[in-house]
Design a protein around this ligand. Structure first.
Ligand code: 3EB
Length: 345
């Protein structure tokens, strides 16, 4: 078992620190140089050294022009094309290690993985092992945000729903890596129509703060009816950046306690999600700015106008929104929202 992965870095005088640990201590009080925005089109500038998530592109991962580009099979809804960009400082160093595409900055590491899913459980296990070992080897053992996309999320694999197989694979990898569920960051897991499993993440040298939602049971404590292996993610991650605190919001659904609410009513589901997002904001600290952007996953494109109305009623200044098609992991859920609280320029 590999130690020190997911636990808080505790200084131990009797243990000579590994190179990566030394670095982690050196920068432990340093704010992360990280910011994000939702762009209406690809900027003209050649080299960006950032992580870009594209919708409506042929699915895949590449390292071109010093940029880590991920197209995880997202399909934008009408007139909503956006690019999600995450910027760190400096030029960044791109590399491909096995199936892991990496873009390394001084204090932030972007990593992405995409392979066909032979069986989703095995493939997910391999993706998590590959990614977590790669970021750890570079001195960035703490993912602060993870995204997961795969096709046919309600399909069957060996008698289980594919989302459950995904949870099993993730759980196996975390066990092997010695990572506890409580130390996992914010995440998204959404069904798309693109082949293969996509997992990508943002990792840091020091952990972010996992935030749980007082309105919801932690996903890793859900009763077994949802999955034989519980979902391992936090409801949000709070990080301190050079531009102030940020709150990275997990894909958030109409769930309170552990139960789906407002089955069949997308508008009511959206309102419940906003109550969940507000609760996360309140829990994470009132020093946090409002959401800079949100991504709304809809099972049915025709629900867009009603959800858009609810968002603009709720927020005094409606954040930038990327509307996409996506299948939430429970069949009865019609909408899910993720996003980021961050200072906007
Ligand atoms: C939920 O709250 C909705 O398995 O990584 C949202 C975000 C959901 C992440 C995951 C699942 C995951 O249970 C589903």
């Amino acid at each position: 078992m590999l130690e020190g992965l997911g636990s808080w870095p505790v200084q131990q005088a009797d243990q000579p620190p590994a190179h990566s640990r030394e670095k982690a201590y050196a920068s432990s009080n340093m704010a992360l140089p990280l910011n994000t925005s939702l762009l209406p089109r690809t900027p003209e500038t050649g080299s960006c050294a950032c992580l870009r998530v594209h919708a409506d592109h042929p699915p895949g991962v590449n390292l071109r022009d010093g940029c880590l580009s991920v197209a995880p099979g997202l399909e934008s809804l009408a007139a909503s094309y956006r690019i999600e960009e995450w910027r760190a400082d400096g030029p960044g160093r791109a590399s491909l290690e096995g199936h892991v595409h990496l873009l390394e900055h001084a204090d932030v590491l972007f990593a992405a993985w995409h392979q066909p899913d032979t069986t989703l459980a095995d493939t997910t296990r391999q993706a998590y092992l590959d990614l977590f070992l790669a970021v750890r080897a570079r001195g960035f053992p703490y993912p602060v945000r993870i995204w997961n996309y795969f096709s046919d999320i309600h399909g069957d694999e060996d008698g289980l729903e594919r989302y459950q197989s995904f949870c099993i694979g993730r759980g196996l990898a975390l066990d092997e890596l010695g990572i506890t569920e409580e130390s996992m960051p914010a995440a998204t897991a959404i069904g798309t129509r693109a082949a293969g499993l996509f997992v990508y993440l943002i990792a840091a040298r020091c952990p972010g703060k996992a935030i749980e939602n007082p309105r919801q049971i932690s996903a890793y404590r859900y009763p077994e009816q949802y999955s034989p292996e519980s979902p391992a993610f936090a409801r949000a991650t709070r990080i301190e950046t050079t531009e102030g605190p940020q709150l990275l919001l997990s894909g958030t659904a109409s769930i309170t306690g552990h139960e789906s609410r407002h089955v069949g009513d997308c508008a009511a589901q959206a309102r419940e999600i906003l109550a969940n997002l507000d609760a996360l904001h309140a829990t994470a600290g009132n020093d946090l700015p409002p959401p800079a952007w949100l991504r709304v996953y809809l099972r049915r494109p025709e629900d867009q106008p009603v959800v858009a109305g609810i968002l603009s009623e709720h927020y005094p200044h409606t954040p930038a929104v990327h509307w996409v098609l996506g299948d939430v992991c429970r069949r009865e859920l019609l909408v899910e929202i993720e996003g980021v609280h961050a200072r906007t320029p």
